[in-house]
Design a protein around this ligand. Structure first.
Ligand code: NCD
Ligand code: ZN
Ligand code: ZN
Length: 409
């Protein structure tokens, strides 16, 4: 007799199969085509996917709690079907040391609804022996970055823009953002990252690439991520979004967006770069308006909308949202016995209109408001516990754990 059995159409071994999944002690204990006896059952007609992993979020706490908190951010993630999210270190005070990382862990561990990891901001070479390192070129010197990278023991994740190549424009508006942060700055940063990789061959990931040129420039062993804004928005959308469309790297030409969307076979993962700022912070004049767009709650529906249109297949969606990030970050995931029972259950055909009123994120706006999409998350299970259910909402105050803890915590 199992504690819990999840039954329904499951994306398993590259196809949809009717499965019964027994869950015991937070792990998958048996997969079967025949019925399994259990104390509790979750039976669904909706599609069961391996839990979505988002390797790039900004939940803002500690510090900027007026934009998001670790609770609201992880609630938004759960509602978006995400079971693990990796949180960036650009808090109000940047997380540059293991001590600050441990202090952050103390605060956020009490609030996490889903599993998570916390990045350390690279810059101080003696702090580089942490599992998740984020390099924001321009924050530290290239020399210090090389020292950090050469000493690193974990995954090195880069925001690839070389500030030396940023341009000046007189009386700039939002339409100049793509000129001020030009594609050449992204390409130059990729070349620097290539040179680090060639010298030291450490696990290396470039998050939010935005152009065809970067895809061609980056060495094959360096993994590449894209964000929903760079797949679904371009400078064309600035007429509607204005400064709300300010993001780094910028929204690019429509041709780059279409190139990325049609060459996802060359991309390793989607990270949402969920970067909440308040409407007041976004509607300031350019360049004062903050850079960054929220989007964690609807990105899977944006992808399923493309699937519905025949532009994407299910195996690509699962690779980009689950298997790809799991591999890059060394997470033992996937639907297999012994693995954590993380599942995303989605009504994949459901047509709906994105409405910011439905959102859990604190920031209160979305660039996709009013978009007609396909796919609605019905349930999110983290280690066997239902943390989100469509009809009810969030079902826990705290369940998430840090999957990348460092010693001394
Ligand atoms: C991010 C943020 O708001 O923290 N902004 C953004 O434009 N993407 C920072 C980042 O990911 O570079
Ligand atoms: Zn970035
Ligand atoms: Zn980011």
């Amino acid at each position: 007799m199992y504690t819990l059995v999840l039954s329904g159409p499951t994306y398993y071994q590259n196809k949809i199969q009717n499965l019964n999944i027994a869950i015991e002690n937070q792990k998958i204990s048996k997969l079967s085509k025949s019925k399994l006896k259990s104390e509790a059952t979750i039976k669904t007609k909706d599609l069961i996917l391996p839990g979505l992993i988002d390797p790039h979020v900004h939940f803002r706490e500690p510090g900027n709690k007026h934009k998001e908190t670790f609770r609201t951010g992880t609630c938004a993630a759960a509602a978006g079907g995400i079971t693990t999210a990796l949180d960036m270190p650009n808090n109000y005070r940047h997380i540059t040391t293991k001590k600050l990382l441990q202090e952050k862990e103390k605060i956020v561990s009490k609030k996490a609804v889903i599993d998570y990891g916390l990045y350390l901001q690279a810059g101080i070479p003696s702090e580089a022996d942490t599992p998740l390192m984020k390099y924001f070129l321009g924050f530290g010197s290239f020399d210090d970055y090389e020292k950090c990278y050469s000493k690193s023991t974990g995954v090195n994740v880069f925001h690839a823009e070389d500030p030396e190549l940023f341009q000046e424009v007189e009386n700039p508006t939002i339409y100049d953002h793509n000129t001020i942060h030009p594609p050449e700055a992204a390409e130059a940063a990729c070349k620097f990252i290539n040179s680090l990789y060639s010298k030291y061959q450490k696990p290396t990931h470039i998050t939010h690439i935005t152009t065809r040129q970067e895809v061609h420039t980056i060495l094959p062993n360096i993994t590449k991520g894209v964000t929903p804004p760079h797949l679904f928005l371009s400078i064309k959308n600035l007429d509607v979004l204005g400064t709300f469309g300010k993001v780094d790297p910028p929204l690019r030409e429509e041709a780059d967006r279409i190139y990325l969307l049609t060459h996802l076979d060359k991309i390793d993962c989607v990270g949402t770069d969920h970067a909440p700022h308040t409407p007041e912070e976004k509607e300031a004049d350019y360049p004062a308006a903050k850079s960054g767009l929220p989007g964690i709650e609807d990105y899977i529906s944006l992808l399923f909308t493309e699937l519905h249109k025949g532009n994407l297949d299910l195996s690509t969606i699962v690779r980009l949202t689950h298997a790809g990030p799991a591999k890059i970050f060394g997470l033992k995931r996937g639907i297999a016995t012994g693995n954590d029972a993380d599942f995303t259950i989605i009504d994949r055909k459901k047509e709906r209109i994105i409405n910011v009123q439905d959102h859990f994120s604190k920031c209160g706006w979305t660039p996709y408001d009013g978009w007609k999409v396909r796919g609605e998350i019905q349930k999110t299970l983290v280690r066997g516990k239902t943390v989100f259910e469509k009809e009810v909402g969030i079902l826990t105050r705290k369940w998430g754990k840090n999957l990348f803890k460092i010693d001394g915590k």
